[in-house]
Design a protein around this ligand. Structure first.
Ligand code: ARG
Length: 586
């Protein structure tokens, strides 16, 4: 395992050294290097430095140019504009750097120097309820963040904060107690996720109907809530059956999503029950929370209701019950105190942003969050239908996630079948799943999470444009070229002159590690998606401008095969971090 500095960082270092020798009294300076259309890179930092040192920026730039002898790394460097530097790296440096990447399993991507521990709260559906597209977003974005962070060396602890507690269980449990065989499973067989959910739906509807029509049942259901909260064993055992039945369903959906969710990581709201009383006591004793009309509340200057009165975070209701906030505050104590998190990341709908703002601020006041631990909500927007309105069926009901995924797979099957040349029916079926699920994930990951996005299956499985299918085809096409290469093997030839399309592709491949570090630090998987799309686009240009197997010399064939191979490896690695498969043939 050898990490390879990117060309950008090598150039940056060169310019920084030259600046330091030109103006030793100014101290360390940042060359502010960016990608540029005019050259490979442009350094813009000289202006600020010249200002600070009261020097002429163009003169300073010229001194830097002289100090940087062009050589193996830099082919050309020139002063431009008011004192920018345009820098072009050599063909040799590109291929040599890429060759070092190719020799490493991690493509030369360095591990973080000071990795922390991120506890990530994602994929958190609710017990006895159908999953919806919001749960899809949390799962898909969260899973991508887990992979990206782990790849950069961060320690990641997954937490699926499922909604498994609350007063609604009184009604369900009471109903099950009175209709004890409703959740029985056939002695022989396993229950499918679909069956589990339909059992839960049936029970929910029946108990709701009774609750609304039968006063005595309502009273019994309310008493059951008290038993549940008191931890009465029989009540708890029935509650557990709802949780177990729901998990059968959740896992079936995660499985369909090709996502690995582990049971020990499912720590739902109920997992913090033992901490709630203490959390309240700590908040009250420290004065962070105060009693107001019997409820335990935390107030904020900047959070007010429409009437201008402050809206508090309610930690304990006046009837003594604990809610969502008490659980989340207890979870923070657990994640910081026991799991030693340095970052708490919550992949949760933007509509819960106020809740998290208040919870984080409360935890800060209580000292549970401090400079050593940051809490971030990776807030995502709403999934809209093709018409731009919140996603609903024609009948106005929320769309079942499973139906949506099945439809995506169907559409993908049509696309795969149309293109399939030498694929069997079984292979088409397998690819359809990889393409369909990939399409759904990619559509979610390719726009910045905060934005709403339109769930448009036609667009998602389109072969052109910014879709996962386009990326998957690019990958499969490369594999087919590599198969056709016969005796010719990919091999780097740094002595060759590169065509512009080769340079553009090569420089972008080299950027992979820097990009990943940025996507990890910004919690922005969409940056990785955009990067990969760019890889595929640059590859398409390369492929149309530079013959690979018919290149002029055997060395050039080998070098282009080498670029093909590294492109494929970068694509498949990046896609796998996003949770998307790259079939070898498509
Ligand atoms: N179960 C919640 C929902 O479906 C999401 C939980 C988010 N995580 C948290 N720690 N509150 O909306």
């Amino acid at each position: 395992m050898a990490s390879v500095p990117s060309l950008a960082s090598s150039v940056d270092q060169r310019v920084a050294d030259a600046l330091a020798s030109a103006l030793p009294e100014a101290g360390a300076a940042d060359p502010l290097l960016r990608r540029s259309d005019r050259a490979d890179f442009q350094a813009n930092g000289i202006l600020a430095l010249a200002k600070k040192a009261k020097a002429n920026p163009r003169e300073l730039a010229a001194t830097v140019v002289d100090a940087i002898a062009s050589g193996d790394l830099i082919r050309e460097i020139e002063v431009s504009g008011p004192g920018f530097l345009n820098i072009t790296v050599s063909d040799r440096a590109i291929i040599e750097t890429l060759a070092a990447r190719a020799a490493d399993d991690r493509l030369g991507v360095p591990l973080a120097e000071h990795p922390g521990t991120t506890v990530i709260d994602y994929a958190q559906p609710n017990v006895a309820k159908e999953m919806h597209v919001g749960h899809l977003r949390s799962a898909v974005i969260g899973a991508a963040m887990v992979e990206i962070l782990e790849f950069t060396g961060e320690k990641v602890v997954r937490r699926h904060h499922i909604g498994d507690w609350g007063t609604q269980f009184g009604m369900l449990i009471q109903y099950l107690l009175e209709h004890p065989h409703e959740l029985d499973h056939k002695a022989d067989g396993e229950v499918s996720g679909e069956e589990a959910m339909s059992n839960l739906n049936r029970l929910y509807k029946a108990s709701r109907a009774l609750f609304d029509s039968d006063e005595e049942f309502k009273t019994r259901a309310r008493a059951r809530v008290v038993d549940l909260q008191a931890g009465e064993p029989e009540t708890l055992a029935l509650w557990q059956r709802f949780v177990d039945e729901s998990k059968i369903y959740f896992y079936s959906v995660f499985d369909k999503l090709d996502m690995d969710i582990q049971d020990p990581d499912v720590v739902g709201e109920s997992g913090y029950n033992d901490m709630l009383v203490e959390t309240c006591k700590l908040l009250e004793d420290s004065g962070v929370a105060v009693r107001s009309n019997g409820a335990l509340c935390v107030f904020f200057d900047d959070v007010k209701g429409p009437d201008g009165n402050p809206t508090p975070l309610i930690v304990q209701k006046s009837d003594g019950g604990f809610g969502y906030a008490a659980t989340d505050l207890s979870a923070i104590r657990d994640r910081v105190g026991n799991l030693h998190a340095t970052t708490l990341l919550y992949v949760v709908d933007a509509r819960q942003s106020l809740h998290f703002k208040m919870v984080f601020e409360t935890a800060r006041r209580a000292g549970w969050l401090n400079d050593g631990v940051k809490a971030v909500q990776l807030a995502f927007g709403t999934v809209l239908g093709k018409d731009g309105k919140p996603f609903k069926t024609r009948e106005g009901e929320t769309v079942r996630l499973v139906d949506l995924l099945d439809e995506a797979i169907d559409r993908a099957a049509a696309v795969v079948r149309e293109k399939a040349q030498d694929l069997s029916e079984a292979e088409i079926g397998e690819r359809a799943v990889q393409v369909g699920i990939g399409a759904v994930k990619y559509a979610d990951l390719s726009t910045s999470a905060a934005r709403d996005y339109k769930f448009d299956l036609d667009q998602m499985v389109s072969l052109t444009g910014d879709t996962s299918v386009y990326l998957q085809y690019a990958y499969a096409r490369i594999q087919s070229i590599l198969r056709k290469a016969g005796d010719a093997r990919p091999a780097a030839h740094p002595e060759l002159a590169l065509a512009p399309a080769e340079r553009a592709l090569g420089l972008h491949l080299d950027h992979f590690g820097d990009l990943l570090a940025e996507a990890a630090a910004d919690h922005a998987p969409h940056k990785l998606a955009a990067y990969l799309y760019q890889v595929a686009s640059l590859y398409t240009t390369f492929y149309s401008e530079c013959p690979v197997l018919k290149a002029e010399t055997p060395e050039q064939v080998a070098n282009r095969l080498f670029l093909c191979d590294l492109t494929a490896r970068t694509l498949t690695k990046g896609m796998s971090l996003l949770g998307i498969r790259t079939p070898e043939k498509l």
